[in-house]
Design a binder for this molecule. Structure first.
Ligand code: MSP
Length: 535
């Protein structure tokens, strides 16, 4: 048997400074959907997420909460894990930067780079944004000494520090960008090159001494490793790099593994500049893709963020509308790569139009008609005869191809659209075929059977395509159709004609219709409860 191709996908590790909100859920949902799709396509997938637990900001928050930093992050990391369970995130591991395996790797990497001369001791005098944990030069600052990223005031730092020899690797980095034009899709590298590389990239300060909540270096223990270097290494420590058991590292970081890392646009620079440089210095391969996704903003264009306290938790949304309604909204309504908003009106309309009227209704109508006209048994049928039906099978194939192409390049918004259009073929087909009229004439029995059979195939294939997004409702639809297990697999999509004779199990509507005014009011109140703090 051929060895399975490996696929490694990661999210950023979120700061364990406060609980999660729908912005973080956004990144988890898109990466989870891709991980699930790749598993369906037969890849050996490793999907990683985790918590970034060190640094000045977290030490401060712990103090404010009257807790030790470790007790503080333990509570928050557990909350992350519980939240992701509720969102059915299918991660294979959860890395914490306080894990012993991680701390050990950070120390080893520091020692390796120090010994090979890529790290040297110096003095840092410059600006620092604590909420963003980032260093800035005078010329990069916003007006009145503010952080150019988040607009909050920066502090002047004046401390001994170790530096990473970043400048040395810039030519190699530029050469890499040139030879790998798809490294950062969507043209998101140009801004980085123009803003940070062209004006001259400085060596990066990679230790801090003014607080102790971090990984101390063996060479000089009053220094702790800068939180971003610490954090980026999670992608390797979770694989066991430089540990006694590096099986996963050898497997998922090998040259023939497909590696994609997702990060929001505000942390583009760390992932597309410093991360590859760190990997060059370690002599390791670079990921195939760094996918920079957009952010969820408030209605007035402010980023939803923990430190601004303006973002709702995903949990009340899931409780009221189902997990899949939230997942679908994030995937379909926020074009991946662009910024988006969580808008009550769009949420209600998207749910009602796509999930209730299109998908859920098609299932319900089709199963009702199979009950009525065929005693609940899918008619036996093998080959399309009518012209319209032949066209339907042809269109199904076109949408499957479109879906696959889009998923393979991580364009999940367009992939979800293709899957939903495939489902919509069913609704149009019902109107065109008018099964209720066919049922009236004895000589149209065959055409009626062909129609009902074809609707089952549309629902089967549509549900398989929607399954990475609608993790509860798509399997539920396949169960109501009572599709045999072998025909639920992605590989069986083109195995048409095998559903005849199956006894359906019609159940509840997949998605209840939302009352627009009532639900918009509920959502406005939920969001305003948070957003009023900043607007
Ligand atoms: N700890 C760093 C990342 C280290 S990765 C080696 C960090 N953490 S964070 O908690 O601020 O999370 C940043 C990421 O969370 C973003 O890049 C994005 O993926 C996700 N999001 C946080 N807020 C978001 C929105 N408002 N909208 C969409 N995604 C958001 O930076």
């Amino acid at each position: 048997m051929d060895k399975k191709k490996t696929f490694y996908i990661s999210t950023p590790i979120y700061y364990a400074s406060a609980n999660l909100h729908i912005g973080h859920s956004y990144c988890e949902i898109i990466t989870d959907s891709i991980a699930r799709y790749k598993r369906e396509r037969g890849y050996d997938v490793f999907f990683l997420t985790g918590a970034d637990e060190h640094g000045e900001k977290i030490a401060k928050n712990a103090k404010l909460a009257g807790k030790s930093p470790k007790a503080f992050v333990d509570e928050i990391a557990n909350n992350f894990i519980e939240t992701w369970k509720k969102l059915e995130i299918s991660n294979d591991d959860f890395i914490r930067t306080t894990d012993e395996r991680h701390v050990a790797l950070v120390k080893k990497v520091f020692t390796k780079l120090f010994e090979q001369g890529d790290i040297y001791k110096g003095h840092y005098q410059g600006w620092y944004c604590t909420p963003d944990e980032s260093f800035w030069t005078e010329s990069q600052l916003g007006p009145n000494h503010t952080c150019p990223e988040c607009g909050r005031p920066v502090q002047l730092k004046n401390e001994d520090a170790y530096f990473l020899n970043v400048k040395k690797y810039v030519p190699q980095l530029l050469e890499f960008y040139k030879n790998h034009p798809d490294f950062v899709p969507g043209g998101k590298l140009n801004e980085m090159i123009n803003t940070f590389i062209k004006p001259g990239l400085e060596d990066l300060c990679i230790t801090r001494t003014s607080f102790s909540w971090g990984v101390p270096i063996d060479q000089d223990p009053k220094h702790v490793v800068y939180v971003w270097i610490d954090a980026l290494l999670n992608y390797l420590s979770a694989l066991g790099y430089l540990s006694d058991d590096d099986t996963k590292f050898k497997k998922y970081w090998s040259n023939d593994s497909e590696i994609v890392q997702f990060a929001g646009r505000e942390i583009n620079r760390f992932h597309t500049i410093y991360w590859p440089i760190l990997l060059f210095a370690l002599g390791l391969r670079i990921p195939n893709t760094i996918y920079i996704h957009g952010l969820l903003l408030t209605r007035s264009g402010v980023k939803l963020s923990k430190s601004l306290g303006n973002a709702p938790s995903p949990l009340p949304l899931i409780e009221r509308y189902s997990l899949d309604a939230l997942r679908y909204y994030m995937i379909r309504e926020v074009p991946i790569g662009d910024d988006g908003t969580f808008t009550p009106k769009q949420f209600v309309e998207r749910t009602n139009n796509d999930l209730v009227n299109n998908y859920g209704n098609l299932l319900n109508r089709s199963l009702s008609m199979i009950q009525k006209y065929f005693q609940g048994i899918v008619p036996i049928y093998s080959k399309p005869t009518g012209e319209l039906t032949k066209k339907i099978y042809n269109d199904i194939q076109l949408y499957v191809n479109e879906y696959q192409n889009q998923m393979d390049s991580y364009n999940i918004t367009k992939a979800a659209d293709a899957a939903m259009k495939l489902v919509d073929l069913g609704n149009k087909y019902i109107e065109d075929q008018a099964p209720w009229t066919l049922a009236k004439s004895e000589d149209k029995k065959l055409e009626l059977a062909e129609t009902m059979y074809t609707l089952c195939e549309i629902l089967r294939i549509g549900s398989i395509l929607l399954r990475p997004f609608l993790v509860e409702k798509a399997p539920e639809a396949l169960s109501q159709l009572n599709v045999p297990p072998a025909l639920r697999k992605y590989d069986s999509i083109s195995n048409i004609g095998k559903l005849g004779g199956v006894q359906i199990h019609k159940g509840e509507q997949l998605f209840p219709r939302l009352d627009k005014d009532k639900e918009m009011k509920f959502l406005e109140d939920l969001i305003d409860g948070h957003i009023s703090k900043v607007e």
